[in-house]
Write a protein that binds this ligand. Sequence first.
Ligand SMILES: [Fe+2]
Ligand SMILES: [Fe+2]
Length: 358
Amino acid sequence: MYGNDYADPDDPGAGPLNAADGGAVEAAAAHVDRRAELDLTTFDAVIAADQRIEPRDAMPEDYRQTLIRQIAQHAHSEIIGMQPEGNWITRAPSLRRKAILIAKVQDEAGHGLYLYSAAETLGIDRSELLDRLHAGKQKYSSIFNYPTLTWADCGAIGWLVDGAAIMNQVPLCRCSYGPYARAMIRTCKEESFHQRQGFELLWELMRGTPEQQAMAQDATNRWWWPALAMFGPRDTGEHAQEGGHTGQSMAWGIKRFSNDDLRQKFVDMTVPQAQRLGVTLPDPDLRWNEERGHYDFGEIDWDEFWRVLRGDGPCNAQRMERRVNSHEQGRWVRDAAAAYAAKQRARHTSDGSEGSAA
Ligand SMILES: [Fe+2]
Ligand SMILES: [Fe+2]
């Protein structure tokens, strides 16, 4: 009887665990480039035909700037996002957990690199983007300004934060800008592993001692609301104006769903998982709405969201200090790589001139 409500994380009958499980990533990866057979001589025609804009194409300056801002903010979030969990690598409770966590944190560094590379195809240098981050001129996701107080936070981040990230990123696999869309395909596959390892971590804690169960519940309580806020400001109905760029980004095929729609999809997918885990989501207003066919949920604390985004979260200063310090400490690596590249270029140039002389 009791067993009916539980599902093993590896049980295929349990339904998709995250937004990357539904085949949408594979469908985006199978996208066929039909530009050669169609008359797509202008930006508008490419967008209307749901084909990809590539770096060689002419594009409106606003489109280029919007993408630079969005991709940079995304890249910054990936590398700042290494910090909250990196905090637990030395304290992981077993070799298996440590190996999983190291792999996950390393993946986030890789996501940052794919994204900075995608941004560079728009004609901006990654060093310029990092300078903007360090000067506070560009943001990263507000979620990473919350502290990781216990080991269970690593589970809650994987399950909720990576789960929310995938919900956002699966539609980006069909983004109109080719390099961004392609970067998202591999990223989503890796995020799927991140979400699963978080769910499985909490799954084990919830089947452990009362102290472990309390730790999992406490982490869920602290990460649920920031995870919902991750989708960004409301942008539908009477709140349409609060979303800022949503309308234009959807017209350009950068964004495929509103923040509110993605948030609702995330809630609908996550509530049954919480029930299977045995944790309670900290929202007294959360209930199934038969008429809408969706879960209703309570109001997000938007004042807190804007406060944290503006820099007043529990860990903003610490995150930025670590980022700037590690950038400074890595200066010699960048200098050495640049010196090596210059030497290689000089060697090739001299090889080339010898070749043409012969
Ligand atoms: Fe990531
Ligand atoms: Fe991730």
